[in-house]
Write a protein that binds this ligand. Structure first.
Ligand code: GTP
Ligand code: MG
Length: 316
């Protein structure tokens, strides 16, 4: 399949082409720019929902439940599980696939896991590109699950329109969440495993934290769910829908999407500049600069300015 075939396949919603395109993103393929060029004008229609939270809180189980909720509303859905730490899709994701198998034969459901090590821009670029592919393939709703904690979560969360922060009873939630900067990115809090003891306390802790925090235009609701007895799933879907309505009505959706695009471009620029600067230094093109630097005739700030200038010039 050449890039043109992949592009037209994705736009027709062909699963094989879509899978191929995601692999190109995953590997950071050389012809990625052509792929994105072919798809970009056809994107911007899907609504994306990020699921983030500590390992084992039930993100994948919730995603499977949300797939059901979306399908019962007659919309198509794609699930993307991103593992930013692994060069290959590991055992956990394989388990996820099995959990999703009830949807395996539904043509309106697309499920895929992705590692991001091969991509030069890493997670920051791979996530939005993969979402773009799924968007172009016609998915109405895109669920993005991040495997991993900390910065990676925050990065992936910012690639989604609505971010769900998932916790489970006894996670030691509120404190950990605020430390990791997770509180700030939540549009909706989900206390999963509500069938277990401590769910009410966890929900209350979060609500207290929210009350103590700064005033917000949108106060993230705290929804209790259980994937073992279907508790709270419809409520969760409704919370996502009302957040979407809030974003649309306030103009915040457009602002967020614009900011995301600009951040993506900024990231691309920084990857490129770093790459070219490194290659210039490696092949000794800046030998005089190196000599001047070592001899203390030029200081590092000045050297950086010169290098940035040279990188720009070399490109023309
Ligand atoms: N009791 C209970 N167990 C649950 C619930 N949801 C998920 N689990 C179980 O919790 C475990 C982890 O669920 P996953 O959905 O794989 O969690 P995850 O957050 O995707 O995990 P990672 O992808 O490894 O970070 C599994 O054994 C699930 O069966 C729930 O609502 N109640
Ligand atoms: Mg999972």
């Amino acid at each position: 399949m050449d890039v043109e075939e992949v592009v037209s396949g994705v736009l027709e919603g062909d699963r094989r082409a879509t899978a191929r395109a995601i692999s190109m993103v995953e590997d950071g393929a050389d012809d990625l720019p052509e792929l994105i060029e072919g798809l970009f004008s056809k994107t911007g229609n899907a609504y994306s929902v990020g699921l983030t939270g500590s390992p084992g809180v039930g993100k994948s189980s919730l995603a499977a439940e949300l797939v059901k909720a979306v399908r019962s509303r007659d919309r198509s859905v794609a699930v993307l599980a991103i593992d930013p730490t692994s060069p290959f899709t590991g055992g956990a994701l394989l388990g996820d696939r099995l959990r999703m198998q009830t949807h395996a034969t539904d043509p309106e459901v697309f499920i895929r896991s992705m590692a991001t090590r091969g991509h030069l821009g890493g997670l920051a670029l791979a996530a939005p590109e993969a979402v773009r592919v799924l968007d172009a393939s016609g998915a109405d709703i895109i669920l993005i699950e991040t495997v991993g904690v900390g910065q990676a979560e925050v990065e992936v969360a910012t690639a989604a329109d609505t971010t769900l922060v998932v916790v489970a009873p006894g996670w030691g939630d509120a404190v950990q969440a605020s430390k990791a900067g997770i509180l700030e990115i939540a549009d909706v809090f989900v206390v999963n495993k509500a069938d277990r003891d401590g769910a009410a306390e966890a929900a209350r802790d979060l609500e207290i934290m929210l009350k103590m925090g700064p005033e917000m235009e949108w106060v993230p609701p705290v929804i209790r769910t259980s994937t073992v007895n279907d508790e709270g799933i419809d409520e969760l879907w409704e919370a996502i829908e009302s957040h979407r309505k809030h974003l649309e009505a306030s103009g915040e959706l457009d602002r967020r999407r614009r900011a995301r695009l600009l951040r993506e471009v900024e990231e691309m620029v920084s990857v490129r500049l770093r790459d070219r600067a490194a290659s210039m230094l490696e092949r000794g093109a800046m030998e005089k600069l190196a000599v001047d630097l070592v001899a203390r005739r030029v200081d590092p700030y000045r050297a950086a300015d010169i290098l940035v200038g040279e990188v720009g010039r070399e490109d023309r």
